[in-house]
Design a protein around this ligand. Structure first.
Ligand code: FA5
Length: 348
């Protein structure tokens, strides 16, 4: 058989094999077998030395052509097989965009924050500013400016955590009364503010007491403010939080920084005043302390107590939340149990 026929046969046989091979490994083996140093084409080329000199270039050129064509066939097949691997991968990893997604769990503000946000928007609607103050407070503002001098027995009711003799964790938001009164410029209008925040007391934790809890202070100072203004404001607030049918009553009480001072009760929102376990069968629930700002507090802030006066109140958002949602243990707010907290989701 002459060289040309041998090479043509080689091409025919292998060109078919290359087209049919279905794995990259097998194709690589064919390439090594066919085009490698020990392969048939190399051996044909080696045998050329026995040819007549004028035959050699012809046969050499033909052999090169066959080798190039087989090489091209191998490259073409390789590209096809590589594409098939990519196609198979794409098919197996297809994303079905119509499948429902993983639900994103939306967080929700803490229930106490919700109560405070609601109260803030209520008071802002009545023209109050919302102010926050330092939790590490000076004895001077927490007590002295609030008409509670060093030896005053009222300090015992708010036993708190001291940093040193003059600095403490504030036991109430009332120091914000003194701080804002000192700064207020009455030529710009009356002083109306609320101040929500965290306060601290050395109270033993139980179902209704926490050593750390929230308060919201309210203060209005202007000329001609009366107790009727205080009562109207607190009635509107209690109706906003506990329902439009609520009424309130004021009982005499004592706070060193207000005179007269009152405890404010709201008619029971559960039984409407008839008596039930929520109101301990009295028809009333105590919700906050309030009163007319004591002249000593005005004077300490350098306000003319003969011209200006006003009212102040201090409520506990923790207790509000407990009452409104029937929560029987204040500690639930602070133990971060999601089963409890997510019940107060604002969604829907
Ligand atoms: C005061 O702290 C006064 N500063 C309130 C005030 C302001 C009166 C302005 C007059 C004028 P009292 O100690 O009662 O008052 O606390 C106010 C509210 O804080 C209580 O009604 C209660 O809701 C809440 N509170 C008090 N102690 C605790 C506690 N340990 N845990 C949770 N809430 C508490």
């Amino acid at each position: 058989m002459d060289f040309q026929t041998k090479l043509e046969q080689l091409f025919q046989q292998n060109n078919e094999r290359i087209k049919e091979v279905d794995s990259l490994d097998d194709l690589n083996q064919i390439r090594v077998q066919l085009l490698g140093k020990k392969g048939p084409i190399t051996s044909v080329l080696r045998g050329m030395k026995d040819l007549a000199a004028d035959e050699r270039p012809k046969v050499g050129a033909f052999a090169n052509k066959i080798r190039d064509e087989l090489s091209a066939a191998i490259e073409t097949r390789k590209a096809q097989l590589e594409q098939a691997v990519i196609d198979a991968k794409l098919a197996s990893e297809t994303i079905d965009v119509t499948l429902p997604g993983d639900p994103v769990v939306a967080g929700t503000p803490h229930i106490i924050i919700q109560i405070m946000d609601d109260l803030e928007s209520f008071f802002m609607g009545m023209g109050y500013q919302v102010l926050s103050g330092p939790e590490v407070e000076e004895d001077h503002y927490n007590f002295e400016m609030m008409n509670i001098p060093k030896d005053h027995p009222a300090r015992d009711m708010q036993e708190t955590f001291y940093i040193n003799n003059e600095l403490l964790m504030r036991s109430q938001t009332s120091p914000m009364q003194a701080r804002t009164m000192e700064k207020h410029d009455f030529s710009k209008g009356p002083l109306k503010m609320i101040s929500p925040g965290v306060v601290y007391r050395r109270d033993d934790d139980d179902a209704t007491h926490s050593h750390q809890f929230h308060q919201m202070e309210g203060l209005v100072i202007d000329k001609h403010i009366t107790m009727a203004d205080l009562k109207g404001t607190l009635l509107a607030m209690c109706q906003h939080v506990f329902g439009a049918d609520r009424t309130i009553r004021l009982r005499p009480s004592y706070f060193p920084f207000t005179e007269p001072s009152v405890e404010v009760d709201v008619s029971c929102f559960r039984c409407g005043g008839k008596g039930c376990p929520v109101c301990k069968y009295t028809g009333w629930i105590e919700v906050l302390g309030a009163g007319m700002v004591h002249p000593n507090v005005l004077r300490a802030a350098k306000i003319d107590a003969d011209v200006y006066g006003g009212f102040a109140f201090g409520l506990g958002p923790d207790r509000f939340a407990m009452l409104k949602y029937g929560i029987d243990d204040i500690r639930s707010f602070y133990t971060d149990d999601l089963r409890f907290l997510t019940q107060f989701s604002q969604e829907g």
